[in-house]
Design a binder for this molecule. Structure first.
Ligand code: FES
Length: 176
């Protein structure tokens, strides 16, 4: 990573200060770009990396923006859109598909009001109140337990539509 003489992209002063501190913390560390991106996402209220934030990281580190984008799009744990407080991940791999994961995903989309996004080909959607993000994954590596769904980091196996509705309604309590 090298110094950058370009003009700093527009970003709120508080955000710049935060990123400056993160870049300083990871200076000269191996894999520092990954660390910087991870830490920056962690400190974001909605757990994502906005375009202007990535531009500023590029400016501060001297790493070309195209390279930063190739990193954040390669690793599935980076988010380019705001994430909900709760995460629901439905596996769409072959084994899970065969065991009915498409209808599980459709059920969640209906429950959360995200049918349009999924029909439009979006791989994920976040509810308007930022409470839930629903997305898919190619495989959890637990194909023998298909269909598999993860909710807030907990893996559920052999999930049925009824079980999924119960799990979702448990975390939706209090939501209008
Ligand atoms: S296909 Fe779903 S866990 Fe592998």
């Amino acid at each position: 990573m090298g110094a950058n003489t370009a003009i700093a992209p527009e970003l709120a002063a508080a955000d710049k200060t935060k990123i400056d501190a993160i870049v300083k913390k990871f200076k000269d560390r191996q894999g520092s770009l990954l660390g910087i991106l991870e830490e920056t996402q962690k400190q974001n209220k909605h757990s994502y990396l906005a375009e202007d934030v990535l531009s500023y990281i590029s400016f501060k580190t001297g790493v070309p923006l195209t390279r930063i984008y190739s990193v954040v799009t390669f690793y599935s744990f980076f988010n380019l859109k705001p994430q909900g407080k709760h995460n629901i991940i439905v596996c769409r791999g072959t084994a899970c598909h065969t065991k009915g994961s498409k209808s599980l995903l459709d059920d969640v989309a209906v429950l959360m009001g995200g049918e349009k996004e999924l029909e439009g080909g979006e791989p994920s959607f976040t509810t308007a109140d930022n409470e839930f993000t629903v997305r898919t994954v190619a495989c959890f590596g637990q194909c023998a337990l298909a269909p598999v769904v993860a909710i807030d980091g907990v893996i559920y196996s052999n999930v049925t539509s009824l079980q999924l509705r119960k799990l979702v309604s448990k975390i939706s309590k209090g939501r209008n």
